[in-house]
Design a protein around this ligand. Structure first.
Ligand SMILES: [Zn+2]
Length: 255
């Protein structure tokens, strides 16, 4: 049976996400921004926490781990390259490694850039990916520990996932991301449509995630840095895509 997913808000603008295996009852929290919000989500769903799957070491993705592990004795699985910076890690993951949540099978994609050891987790059978702070809807994470070249390579890995795959990310930043993206591609019809959709969702107090990889490819300028039209929009026609990406990311930092 495919995974059941429960997304909820925590901290100021973080998403929490639970993935549940209806066959075995296993439930993983994707990251653990804060223990209380994860516990409230567990109460609401009636699911029992068996695992925490960590995308990267930042505190707003890991602060809840010690309290949750103490209470549920759950397994903590984290990026191999960042395990030393995360509390209570039981198992580590690197490129291509498989992680099971009950009978659900996920695989690991290393996506360095935001942090040096950041990973994304892809559950192909359920057509769902958890991308942490690498890809946001109509945006991407800040390049903090890696280089723009690394981040661009990581985003291309995520872009290569199937169009109908849904992705969940770490933050509700979409509305602000749309405002910026419209400065790069003001006439992109997919972006204009997403802008309307996002405004309607937010006016209703509803989340803008998950989104699909296919929709994102059409509207997210950070996934489109290798298009001649996008290079031209930032005055970099003919330049390597990684440099175009770096310019767009730099403009977003100043926006
Ligand atoms: Zn982060």
């Amino acid at each position: 049976m495919p995974a059941q997913i429960h997304q909820f808000n925590c901290l100021s603008d973080n998403f929490g996400v639970l993935i549940h295996d209806p066959t075995t009852g296993a439930t993983a929290s994707i990251d653990a921004p804060e223990a209380e919000a994860v516990e409230a989500a567990l109460r609401q769903t009636g699911w029992k926490l068996s695992d925490i799957l960590v995308t990267h070491h930042h505190g707003d993705h890991t602060a809840g781990i010690p309290a949750l592990k103490a209470k549920y004795q759950c397994r903590v699985v984290a990026p191999r390259a960042e395990a030393a910076r995360i509390n209570g890690v039981d198992e580590t993951l690197g490129e291509g490694d498989v992680v099971k949540v009950g009978s659900l099978t996920g695989r690991t994609i290393e996506t360095p850039g935001h942090t040096a050891g950041h990973i994304a987790l892809v559950f192909d059978d359920s057509k769902v990916a958890f991308v942490g702070d690498t890809l946001f809807s109509i945006g991407c994470g800040r390049v903090i520990e890696g280089t723009p070249e690394q981040m661009w390579a990581s985003l291309r890995k995520l872009r290569a996932l199937p169009d109908d795959m849904r992705f969940y990310c770490g933050h509700e930043y979409t509305q602000a991301n749309v405002k910026f993206a419209l400065t790069i591609e003001p006439d992109n019809p997919a972006l204009l449509a997403r802008a309307k959709e996002v405004d309607a969702l937010r006016a209703d107090g509803r989340p803008t995630l998950p989104a699909t990889i296919g929709a994102e490819k059409a509207a997210n300028c950070f996934l489109r840095a290798d298009l001649p039209t996008v290079a031209a929009a930032v005055g970099m026609s003919g330049k390597p895509a990684a440099e175009v990406f770096a310019e767009i990311r730099a403009r977003k930092n100043r926006f």
